[in-house]
Design a protein around this ligand. Structure first.
Ligand SMILES: *Cc1c(COP(=O)(O)O)cnc(C)c1O
Length: 441
């Protein structure tokens, strides 16, 4: 998800109150954050502490306003504080915040998900994307009776032990754990494969005939920066996995309801066997899900023997925010607007970087995009790693200082929301032009 980066010093952008909060936080929370992506480790410096979010904006303790391009790392596709979502939450609070018993709203959101996501007939709700990917992988193994998983290098599926793997020396190989605490045993059945290479997938199937339960992937990689599938890639994987009796799992935790209402599977017309969802599905509250055809999902407990459970799964507040968000997306269809705004941003960033003679490429699918400081297209993680991370860090802080909050790592996607306006996009482009001028000095 993020690489260690050369240390860069934070520019004269000072956040005294956030700094104090960060010192305090560090005394009681490891690194002062509850998720490492928030720690600004990849850009050097310290994160502003957020006090409020409204529409396309974030506000910090030190009184700054930022145009928000992380959207809570994906969920806030409608922007912050949509009145309908707030109202649904307020109403839900009045009737109780958790029961540990079934509710009608869980049925309504499941029905809606099954209607709009092509691969899904039945769906099980969980509380995080990590859980969704972990449970889907278990289901794939349970349903096929096979042990092995293919994981694409540079794709992220949460901090699931079996999926915290890094590449060894050869390109297509069994990986090694990439976190202490993950045993060799936990990753022994995970096979790593470079993204966008059909050849590598063929080699793996040839090496492990009849052993591979599932091929897991982000259909559009968003966790190495935005890397789209090459034309024909998803179609080829669909065909190969079907022939091999391997389940194709799209992790659409980021792309689901983002690149189209039905996710990447709708956008590209390629239907996986299993789908993991998260982020937008909770409308800013903790919810995620995994789904498939009924025949596959009926392997899950209590119908089938594959165990999976959750005390807060299908939580009344999370389903209220999620259901309202999904209904708004269905009824308002913001996708053409998101496409237009994001295309404008892509062009503007490209122009700004070109004018400053900065080697770069902007990659985009719908409202997800990454400005890579890389000379030429990024097809996989090896390409992404060759980006100029120091330049990224400089650019990031120059943008912060101009009121634009970008993801604090080259290996993340920016998200445009339906609350952004053309004026916001133009403000961002002007900020980028100035940022490059300051950097080129
Ligand atoms: C964010 C993300 C996850 C993990 O979701 P959490 O809710 O953070 O556990 C899994 N897969 C993908 C593709 C993601 O982008």
């Amino acid at each position: 998800m993020s690489l260690s980066t050369p240390a860069v010093s934070m520019p004269e952008f000072v956040l005294p109150l956030s700094h104090e909060a960060f010192l305090r936080a560090n005394r009681v929370i490891p690194g002062g954050v509850n998720s490492p992506a928030r720690a600004f480790g990849a850009v050097g410096g310290e994160p502003p502490f957020i006090t409020k979010a409204e529409g396309p904006y974030l506000y910090d303790l030190d009184g700054h306003q930022y145009l928000d391009y992380i959207g809570s790392w994906g969920p806030m596709i409608l922007g912050h504080g949509r009145p309908e979502v707030k109202r649904a939450l307020a109403e839900a609070v009045e009737t109780g915040t958790s029961y540990g018993a079934p509710t009608l709203r869980e049925v309504e959101i499941a029905e809606l998900v099954a209607q709009v996501v092509p691969s899904i007939e039945k769906v099980r709700f969980v509380s995080s994307g990590t859980e969704a990917a972990m449970s889907a992988a278990r289901l794939a193994r349970g349903a096929t009776g096979r042990p092995k998983l293919i994981k694409m290098i540079g794709c992220y599926h949460g901090h699931v032990d079996a999926l915290l793997v890094q590449a060894g020396s050869a390109a297509t190989t069994l990986g090694t754990p990439n976190s202490p605490g993950v045993t060799q045993g936990a990753v022994a059945d995970t096979i790593l494969c470079p993204f966008n290479s059909i050849e590598a997938v063929r080699e793996i199937f040839a090496a492990y005939p009849g052993e591979i339960a599932a091929l897991l992937m982000e259909p559009i990689a968003g966790n190495m920066g935005l890397v789209p599938p090459r034309p024909g890639y998803l179609e080829a994987l669909r065909e190969i996995t079907e022939r091999e009796g391997t389940l194709l799992m799209f992790d659409e935790v980021m792309t689901g309801f983002r690149v189209a209402l039905g996710g990447a599977q709708e956008l590209y017309g390629v239907t996986p066997d299993l789908t993991a969802l998260g982020k937008i599905i909770g409308g800013g509250l903790p919810a995620a899900a995994y789904g498939a055809r009924a025949e596959i999902m009926d392997h899950v407990s209590p119908v089938g023997p594959v165990y999976q459970a959750g005390t807060l799964a299908g939580n009344p507040l999370a389903t209220a925010a999620g259901l309202t968000t999904l209904r708004l997306l269905r009824d308002e269809n913001p996708y053409p607007k998101l496409e237009a705004l994001s295309a404008r941003l892509e062009e503007g960033l490209h122009r700004a970087a070109s004018d400053a003679k900065v080697p770069h490429v902007v990659q985009r699918v719908g409202s997800m995009l990454t400005l890579f400081f890389h000379d030429g297209p990024v097809y996989d993680y090896d390409d992404a790693k060759r980006s100029d991370l120091k330049l990224f860090a400089r650019f990031f802080w120059e943008m912060m200082a101009r009121g634009v909050y970008l993801p604090c790592s080259q290996f993340e996607a920016m998200f445009v929301s339906a609350a952004h306006t053309e004026a916001d996009i133009d403000f961002t482009i002007r900020a980028a032009e100035e940022a490059f001028k300051a950097i080129r000095g």
